[in-house]
Ligand binder design. Structure first.
Ligand SMILES: CC(C)(COP(=O)(O)OP(=O)(O)OC[C@H]1O[C@@H](n2cnc3c(N)ncnc32)[C@H](O)[C@@H]1OP(=O)(O)O)[C@@H](O)C(=O)NCCC(=O)NCCS
Length: 166
């Protein structure tokens, strides 16, 4: 396979069976492709099976049309001990006009697992280029934000509900 071990691209033709009731590509089709690209990228990098721990907010800013080519550009941005952040940029290409547009980007956290399904260490990612260093730094900020978000939601759940008083 070509390219560095921490990056891969997947191109898929949007065939008519991917359509939703309005004739555009179903959001679930793209979510499945995103998860597959995240899996392929993280497992190839780690040399192990991986599981999806979380997906950050996914926003579809514009529809993807049946007949278009969708390319998912996936990259391991950051590694912890056993977890990896994979960023995916989705590009849609209209075959006849040859116009290309950025449909969305999102971030998956994948965890490498051993044969007993226990978290297993991954090779540390050493960002080499300015672009990789930028992605690495941004991933670290997102990781901190995820921890903070989880902490706040936990605190909210621990609070007694406002209308629960007697
Ligand atoms: C992912 C999974 C193996 C982690 O198990 P765990 O017992 O929490 O393992 P650990 O505590 O060792 O954590 C493993 C990694 O996940 C990270 N992690 C676990 N829970 C987390 C959370 N709530 N938020 C952020 N990171 C988390 C840890 O930080 C650690 O990363 P690091 O080694 O890079 O620091 C386990 O949660 C799991 O199996 N989840 C289901 C995955 C799955 O089936 N996905 C598909 C759903 S259909």
């Amino acid at each position: 396979m070509q390219g560095p071990l921490h990056q891969l691209s997947m191109t898929v033709l949007m065939t008519p069976d991917t359509a939703n009731f309005s004739g555009n590509v179903h959001g679930g089709t793209l979510l499945k492709l995103l998860d597959q690209a995240a899996y392929a990228c993280a497992s190839r990098y780690a040399g192990r099976y991986v599981v999806t721990l979380s997906v950050d907010q996914v926003t579809f800013r514009q529809p993807v049309h049946v007949g278009e080519l969708v390319t998912l550009l996936a990259s391991v941005n950051h590694t912890g001990r056993t977890s990896m952040e994979v960023g995916i940029k989705v590009i849609a290409e209209d075959i006849r006009s040859q116009s290309v547009r950025h449909v969305n980007s999102c971030f998956f956290t994948m965890v490498a697992v051993d044969d007993d399904r226990q978290p297993a260490a991954v090779p540390p990612l050493l960002p080499a280029t300015p672009e990789e260093r930028r992605r690495h730094a941004a991933a670290l900020v997102r990781k901190e934000m995820r921890v903070e978000l989880e902490r706040r939601f936990k605190a909210l759940r621990a609070e007694p509900a406002a209308d629960a008083g007697g």
